[in-house]
Write a protein that binds this ligand. Structure first.
Ligand code: NAD
Ligand code: DAU
Length: 342
């Protein structure tokens, strides 16, 4: 196997962190560079098991810093860029959209410029199903790669904008790219501002769980390990210029997700608290992954096996999430949920 240099942006975050670990372990012959600004969502303790490995490097940097990115790409000559770094939380984008444009749109453009200037084998842009907007509750409708982009939140609009830039750099400059659009991830190291880890951590602390609106909105859940395997496949086998949807047909209402967690932890459903709905709350997401399946991918977790593994992980790694919810997160939670939570 030829030695390759892989730049992973956002490798201190939830999915990027799991991907870095997956790559370091699966490809001892590749050098894996984790570039991350370490915002509130970045955390390096998750790399305790790999930080001594010879094929792992960490670079603290801002993807929006053009000079540093140009210098880095010139020096390292990367083969692959796997781009996860982003502001990723929809609720934060509703309160403060500007940083989403700066990081997700401008940051992506800087990376594309650096990749174009110094040459790469493949730029994989990790995007999201949210760029397609929302589906209604007809269970026979799905997002395909041909579904028009109709983002509804500042977060998804910033991701859709970056998708268009990636496409444009392929069409205009022939930059070799892929875009992946995955459904909702869950699993180890998921930041506790998102529904599943928020529910697990609050239920374990006997706190109420805020459910937006009537709890009937549907998300299509995929275990993060299955997402990592999908990106591995796309980076190596994806046809340049193509978009690949990633999802495992695990549609659940938010209420079903919350009730499953409460039941597994042996607590009372009285912990559920219905609160004011999210502005512009997308009704339903559901992915048609046929194109990726034809490339050779299939998920290994069902929602039932994945959520059991995830709950067990949060039980076994209390010190990780307890440290996070006692930091900056505490302030975010109090301010954001002040109006809507009793
Ligand atoms: P996350 O918020 O957990 O992690 C984002 C990481 O990016 C953090 O480590 C943060 O420090 C880093 N970062 C932020 N701004 C940066 C900057 N300017 N320069 C360098 N690093 C910066 O996000 P996540 O949930 O792991 O999502 C990763 C990617 O996957 C995002 O692009 C997101 O849009 C996409 N995605 C997420 C999901 C999901 O369910 N979480 C689903 C599909 C796609
Ligand atoms: O679909 C992929 C997207 O999934 C990613 O692109 C995003 O980065 C990721 O954050 C996620 O977005 P969602 O908005 O779907 O995830 P979140 O966990 O924030 O919310 C999931 C559902 O739960 C959503 O319908 C809103 C609801 N919710 C969320 C929170 C935080 C609640 O009812 N209460 C809450 O407190």
């Amino acid at each position: 196997m030829t030695k390759k240099k892989v730049l992973v942006t956002g490798g201190a975050g939830f999915i990027g962190g799991n991907f870095v670990q997956y790559m370091v372990e699966k490809y001892p012959n590749y050098d894996i560079y984790n570039l991350d600004l370490l915002t509130y969502a970045g955390d390096l303790t998750k790399h305790g098991v790999i930080e001594e490995e010879e094929n792992y490097y960490f670079i603290k940097a801002d993807i929006g810093d053009r000079e540093s990115m140009m210098e880095l790409f010139q020096k390292e000559n990367f083969d692959f860029v796997i781009h996860f770094a982003a502001e990723s939380h929809v609720d934060r984008s509703i309160t403060d959209p500007e940083i989403f444009v700066r990081t997700n749109v401008q940051g992506t453009q800087v990376l594309l410029d650096a990749a174009k200037e110094f040459g790469i084998t493949k730029f994989v842009h990790v995007s999201t199903d949210e760029v397609y907007g929302e589906l209604d509750f007809d269970p026979n409708t799905f997002f395909t790669e041909e579904t028009p982009l109709q983002p509804n939140s500042p977060y998804s609009a910033s991701k859709a904008s970056s998708d268009f830039l990636v496409r444009a750099y392929h069409e205009t400059y022939e930059l070799p790219v892929n875009i992946t659009r995955c459904s909702n991830n869950y699993g180890p190291y998921h930041f506790p501002e998102k529904l599943i880890p928020l529910t697990i951590s609050r239920v374990l602390n006997d706190q109420t769980v805020p459910v937006y609106g009537d709890g009937k909105n549907i998300r299509d859940w995929l275990h993060v390990y299955d997402h990592c395997a999908a990106i591995d496949l796309v980076m190596h086998e994806g046809l340049s210029g193509e978009v690949y949807n990633v999802g495992g047909h695990n549609e659940k209402t938010n209420l079903e997700v919350v009730k499953t967690i409460i039941e597994t932890l042996g607590k009372s459903e009285e912990l559920i608290e219905f609160v004011t709905d999210r502005l512009g709350h997308d009704k339903r997401y559901a992915i048609d992954p046929t194109k990726l399946e034809k490339l050779g991918w299939e998920p290994t977790y069902t929602f039932e096996t994945g959520i059991a593994q995830t709950i067990q992980w949060y039980l076994d790694n209390k010190e990780w999430w307890e440290r996070i919810i006692s930091g900056e997160y505490q302030n975010y939670f109090e301010v954001y949920y002040k109006e809507i939570l009793n």
